[in-house]
Every structure is written in structure tokens, then in C-alpha cells.
Ligand binder design. Structure first.
Ligand code: SAM
Ligand code: SF4
Length: 366
């Protein structure tokens, strides 16, 4: 198994159901993770700053069409208080995430980023959806370090059907990722696994696209149906004929994590909240054992957390990354891992088709 794996090899692994072969894949991914990014697990403090969204993504409970959801937007003081908490607990990064909230002004986010950078040593990651270049540039100039924007699926027909443009204007998240890179951000993207209509072939292309985009961060989580969304209402339907529909299970998503680790050895790969939601007891750990090296505990104030319901149960305390991370330090020690300190940024880059270093040391982030 090599980082040069081609589409046919990827397809064979994605379709694999022999537990012994899968165990071998996961073990290999864990070995690549250990060799290339080390044993540190970086913790990013997640603050969900707004659940207003102007978009109509067919998968997400925050979509504008979900009139049953009570909406909230944190004020600057609430965000700063949460960011100070993230810094005080010793984490290296804060992630400000939210819907595409039209009331969030460019200058307001820029001021917040400046204040976080002035008051704390935190790296700042933004994940605020599709924004225009001027906005992204202003936030970068204010000091934002990273931007997360999942392309969700590389299948154009599936993407268009689940992610409609605004006012009929189509959106090309993959093009936007290139702009984000050109502005000097570390770039994060990713997919959902098991979207109705998603085939193994399309996930193989997604994996190859991760490598082509040379992503610094790769977020992979199982799709979880939300009943107040078009995809949730359709869940259970046989969207793809034959056996080509990708299942939305922890096993499938962790196989995609493992393949992403092998293809993109130096990327930061989180164990996503969706994994922990589907399997509250083991989801987080399984991803960490199969290639992931990042966890994003939730620092959104409690009164708002349950309202950031992109899928059901996400806001429920026992299935949140927060409760998992209460047990995390012990768990990590038991797994031979440790908590990473410092910003935990990307530690190397591929040059052409070869890694920059033969052996990767996670120096500077211990
Ligand atoms: N609005 C921003 C955006 O779309 O990039 C950031 C917030 S959005 C809620 C973050 C991610 O949640 C999306 O990129 C998507 O992959 C994931 N997501 C949304 N609905 C989901 C669902 N039903 N199941 C699993 N993941 C979901
Ligand atoms: Fe809005 Fe993001 Fe949800 Fe789409 S995925 S509806 S852009 S919050």
C-alpha cells in the first residue's frame, strides 16, 4: 500500500469486506500516521458561532428551509470568553465555525480574529462557508491561519443535487479552495461518507482529489440523516441501484480515513464528531486508531450547543466531542498517544510526487 495508490486499488479497498484485510489496512494507516505525524493528538477548540444559514444544503439541519430550528448568533464577548477558555486549557487552535450567516460582517470577524491573536497564542481556523475573495483576504490579513471548506463530494451531479447555488448561481467549492490556498491559508476540506446516491467510484475520486489538492486538513465523517432535510426525508430509499451505494457507517468512514492517511501522509485528519455521534463509545477512538490525529472538542456555550443541530443527537451532551474529550487523556495514554501542544499545523509538504522528508518528525509540536 503506497501513497501512489491508483483508482482501481482504492476501489478494491473501499469495497473490501473481509475483516482480516480491513484490519491490515487500518493497521497500515496507523503505522503511516505514527511515522509521518507522530503520536501527538492535536486538540482544536470548536466554537459554533452562528446557526443562521442562507443556504439550502439538502443534508444539513441548519439549512434556511428548516423553519423548526431556533436560531442563534454568539456575540463577540461570548466568542472571546470561549476562545480564552480554549487557550487557558492549553489547546493550540480555536475553530470558529458557523452557517453562512448573512448578518456576519467581514469587519466583525476580522476584529474578532485580531483580538484572539492579540490576547492568546492560538492559531485561528475559520469555517464559515463560501465567502468572496475580498472577505477571505480580509480575514487572512487579520491573522486567520486556516480555512475549512469541505467539497462534500467530487461527483458533480450528486453535488449539484444536494448543494444548490444561491439564486441559481452554481457554487464551485473546489475552485474556492484554490483561492483560499492562494491567500496563504492552510487549507482544509473533506467529504461526507454514505450520502444517498454516493458510489464507491465517486469516493475513490474524492480520495484522489484530496491528494491532488495537497490538503493540509481532511475532514471525513459519515452522513447522518436529519428528518427536517430533503435527504433525511428520503433516507432509507435505495438511491443507487446494485451494490454501489456507499454505507454511512463508522466502519466505512474509518476506511476512508485510513485511505486518506495513506494517500496524504502529512495531513491533519480529525476524528470527526459524526463518528462519535454514530458510535458514542468507540467512534472517536476507532478513527484515531485508523489514521486520524486531531480531535475538536466543543466549546460552544451550553445554551446554544443543542441548537447547532446539523444532524440529530449532535448536540446531546453524551455524544458530543466534549464528553469524549473528558475521557480523552486517559484514553490516549492507553492507546500510546499523547495530547499535542502548540498550533499543530501541517508539518511538511509533498514536492512533486515525493514527500519532502523521508522521515517525518513532529518536532516543535510536542
Ligand atoms: N457552513 C459551513 C460549511 O458548510 O462549510 C460550515 C458548517 S457545516 C455545518 C460543516 C460540515 O457539516 C459540512 O461541510 C458537512 O460536511 C457537515 N454536515 C452537514 N450536514 C451533515 C449531516 N447531515 N451529516 C453529516 N455531516 C453533515
Ligand atoms: Fe449552511 Fe453549511 Fe449547513 Fe450548508 S452545510 S446548510 S452551508 S451550515
Amino acid at each position: 500500500m503506497k501513497a501512489e495508490m491508483d483508482r482501481e486499488e482504492l476501489l478494491a479497498w473501499l469495497r473490501a469486506d473481509d475483516p482480516i484485510r480491513l484490519e491490515a489496512l487500518w493497521r497500515h494507516a496507523d503505522h503511516v500516521r505514527q511515522r509521518c505525524v507522530g503520536d501527538a493528538v492535536h486538540l482544536r477548540g470548536l466554537i459554533e458561532i452562528s446557526n443562521y444559514c442562507r443556504r439550502q444544503c439538502a443534508y444539513c439541519g441548519l439549512r434556511a428551509g428548516n423553519r423548526t430550528l431556533k436560531r442563534y448568533r454568539l456575540c463577540a464577548e461570548e466568542i472571546m470568553a470561549a476562545a480564552r477558555e480554549v487557550a487557558a486549557i492549553g489547546y493550540g487552535t480555536v475553530v470558529l465555525q458557523g452557517g453562512e450567516d448573512p448578518a456576519i460582517e467581514t469587519g466583525w470577524i476580522a476584529r474578532l480574529v485580531r483580538q484572539i491573536k492579540a490576547e492568546t497564542p492560538l492559531a485561528v481556523t475559520l469555517s464559515l462557508g463560501e465567502r468572496d475573495t475580498a472577505e477571505l483576504a480580509a480575514w487572512r490579513a487579520a491573522g486567520a491561519d486556516r480555512y475549512l471548506l469541505r467539497f462534500e463530494t467530487s461527483d458533480p451531479a450528486l453535488y449539484q443535487s444536494i448543494h444548490p447555488g444561491l439564486n441559481g448561481i452554481p457554487v464551485h467549492r473546489i475552485d474556492l479552495l484554490a483561492q483560499i490556498r492562494a491567500l496563504g491559508y492552510e487549507v482544509g476540506s473533506g467529504i461526507m461518507v454514505g450520502l444517498p446516491g454516493q458510489t464507491y467510484a465517486s469516493v475513490a475520486w474524492d480520495l484522489l482529489l484530496f491528494r491532488e489538492l495537497d490538503l493540509d486538513m481532511i475532514g471525513i465523517g459519515p452522513f447522518i440523516a436529519h428528518p427536517m432535510t430533503p435527504l433525511g426525508a428520503r433516507s432509507g430509499e435505495q438511491a443507487v441501484t446494485g451494490n454501489e451505494q456507499v454505507p454511512n457507517t463508522v466502519q466505512m468512514a474509518s476506511t476512508v480515513v485510513a485511505l486518506a492517511r495513506i494517500l496524504c501522509p502529512q495531513a491533519n485528519i480529525p476524528s470527526t464528531t459524526a463518528m462519535a455521534t454514530l458510535n458514542p463509545r468507540q467512534g472517536c477512538q476507532l478513527a484515531l486508531e485508523r489514521g486520524a490525529n486531531v480531535v475538536m472538542p466543543n466549546f460552544t456555550p451550553w445554551i446554544y450547543r443543542q441548537l447547532y443541530e446539523i444532524y440529530p443527537s449532535k448536540g446531546i451532551p453524551d455524544s458530543s466531542a466534549d464528553s469524549i474529550c473528558g475521557r480523552l487523556e486517559n484514553q490516549l495514554t492507553g492507546m500510546g498517544r499523547r495530547i499535542g501542544r502548540g498550533p499543530g499545523g501541517r508539518i511538511g509538504r509533498w514536492i512533486g510526487s515525493k514527500p519532502e522528508f523521508e522521515i517525518y518528525e513532529n518536532v516543535g509540536y510536542a
